[in-house]
Every structure is written in structure tokens, then in C-alpha cells.
Design a protein around this ligand. Sequence first.
Ligand code: SF4
Length: 161
Amino acid sequence: MRRILVSACLLGEPVRFDGGARTLAHPALARWASEGRLVRFCPECAAGLPTPRPAAEIAPGDDADAVLDGRGAIRDRDGADRTAAFLAAARLALATAQAHGCAFALLADRSPSCGVRRVHAGRFDGTLRAGMGVTAALLVRHGVRVFAETEIDALAARLAE
Ligand code: SF4
């Protein structure tokens, strides 16, 4: 059984920083759920961050690898350094993926944790830039193949191989 770690907000859980969800409607999700493939997980909640919580972004000039390597920071809208919590979130996600044998992850793009293709640029003005969140980057470092929610069809194709 090839399991998939899934951002909990994509499955309708209201765990985003603003207290909402980012529900992904796709027939593959129901099929995978019935097959027992899905491992739902919110890294930030698991690390003890409250919901709702201030928006946080990887600092301008830093990226997920810099954060993972201790050279970068994640700050919230108020300027507070939240790096330690986001690193803990990433480690918990990795531990969960490994405990459940997840070879794949389906993650909510643009998040400083779960982003796969793009993240916010660190200025809290809605600007996006190419890059990953720290959870996604740590999963990749450990061999988990990560897909943004917009890439669910590509994930389905990989599972069918
Ligand atoms: S940390 Fe990931 S799962 Fe949790 S709300 Fe943010 S994008 Fe969704």
C-alpha cells in the first residue's frame, strides 16, 4: 500500500492560519480515502501553533533550505521569529510520513510549511515566489515525493504506475 501524507486543510479541516480550510474537491481523494491511503496531517497544528494564528512567511532572501540548515528564518506578521515552531512542524510531518510509510505527499501550495512550488515572498503583501515550505523541503530531503494540490492528477498517474 503506497500511502500519501495529505495537508489536513486540503481535506476540509479548518486548520489554516485564518481558521479556514482549503478543501480540495477531486474524485481521487475519495477513492484514496476508501483505500486507506490517506494520512491527514497539519504540521503547524501538530507543532502546537494555535488556530487561528498570525500569518507567517519565510523571510525575504531566505528559502526553505536555509531555514532547515539554520541560516534562515520564518517570521509572523508581527515580526516574531517562529522558526523553531516551523522546524518542529516539519520534523513531526517527516516522522509521521515515515511511521505510516508514506512515499508521497499531497500538500497545500503557498504555505511556509506545505508549499511545493510557490511560497509567499516574506513581505506580507501577497507576493509569491518560487520555492518550497520547510515541511515539503524536509520531506523531499528524505525521499518523499511531494505534489502540490494542483498536481493531484500527476500524483494519480504516479500511483497507477
Ligand atoms: S500547515 Fe499545511 S496542513 Fe496545516 S493549515 Fe498550513 S497548509 Fe494546511
